[in-house]
Ligand binder design. Sequence first.
Ligand code: ARG
Length: 398
Amino acid sequence: MKKKKVVLAYSGGLDTSVAISWLKEKRNLEVVALLVDLGQTSDLGMVKKKALKIGAGRVYLAEAKEEFLRHYAYPTLKAGAIYEGKYFLATALGRPLIAKKLAETAEREKADFVAHGCTGKGNDQVRFEVSLMALNPKLKVIAPMREWPIKSREEAIAYARKHKIPIEQTKESPYSIDQNLWGTSIECGLLEEPGRMPPEDAYRLTQSLEKAPDKAETVELEFKKGVPLKLNKKQLSPVKLVSALNKIGGKHGVGRTDLVENRLVGIKSREIYEAPAAKILYTAHRALEELTLGRETFHFKEGLALKYAELIYCGYWVSPLKKAMDAFVEVTQKNVSGSVKLKLYKGNCEIVSRKSPFSLYKKSLATYEKGDIFDRTLAEGFIKLWGLPLKVQAENKK
Ligand code: ARG
C-alpha cells in the first residue's frame, strides 16, 4: 500500500528535525519538508541537506523574504502594532505566511496531512493551526511535539542523539531561537529566570551597550504612504533596506527588549527579542505620523494598534477583522510621506529631524515668538464651553 504523505514545516532546528524521524517511524508517513526562507541566518543549503539526511523524501525551499516584509511586516508597521508595548511580533508574523506556504505545498503534493514542530505550550501552534483552518479548513494537522512523550529539551536532545540527528544545541546553551528578517526571538535556558539578566551569549543580532561604538551614527529614512522606500537617500528593496538597518542598528545595540509576556495559552514567559530594523522603522514612522495625522485619527489609531497586535499575537492574521483594520490603516497612510533622520547611539534611537510635504505643523500657530497668528481671544469662550458639563455636575453636588 502506498504510504500517506505529510508536508512538514521544517526549520532545521531540534524540534522539526526530530519530527521528521518521528513522523516516519511512529506514523509511517512519507515526509515532505518545507523550508520557508524568511531571512533566517542559517545556511539553507545545509538545512536542506540535513532534512534529506534525516529521512525526508523531498525538500522544498520557498523563498518568501520580500513577501514577508511587504505583506506582513510593513502592514503591521503602518498599523503601529507592538505586543505588550515591546514585541515587534517577528515570530508571530512569520507563522501565517509559513501556514500559507504549507497549504499551497500540501495542495501541490496532494498530501494527506501538514505538520509543524511547535510544542503544546506555545503560541506558535495556535498561529499555525488557526491560520490553516482559515486558509483551508479541510487540511488535517499533525503536531508531533504535542503527541509524543518527550517533555523537556534535554529529552529531545537525547532522542536526536539516539536517532543520529545532527543538533546544534548543547546542554550548556539550550536557547530556542526563532529568527527572520523582522527580528529574533530567544527563549529557554537561563532566560527562564526573570530575576537574572539575559546572558550576553543569548543575543544573535545586536551588540551590548558596552561594545557598541562610542560614536553615534545618523540614518535617514524616506517613506511614501507609510512604506519605507529609501535609506540614506538610496532607494532599496524591502529586503535590502531591512537587512541594512538590522546591521547598522545591531552594531549600535538598538532594538533589544526583555519581556515577561502573557502567552495565549495562559502562562507568563520571559523572552528576549532583537529587532533593530523594526525599532528604527517604527520610531521613524511614528515621527512622521506625529507630523501628518490629525489628532482624532492619531488617537483612534493608537487604540487600533493595541487590538491589531493582539490579533497577530493570537493567531488571527487571516481574519475578517484584521482585513478590515488594514483597510482603515491604509486610508490613514495617505499623507504619511516624508523623511526622518535618526541618531543611533548605545542602544538609543533618537529623532534628529523630520520633514513632510503634508505636515500639519504650522509654526505660525505654535510659536511663542513674533509672527504668531493664533487667536488667543477665542480661548476664553472655548474653555467655558469645554468645562461646562463639569461645572454643571459640580454645582449639582451641593
Ligand atoms: N514568544 C514569542 C511569540 O509568541 C516568540 C516565540 C518564539 N518561538 C520559538 N520557537 N523560539 O511570538
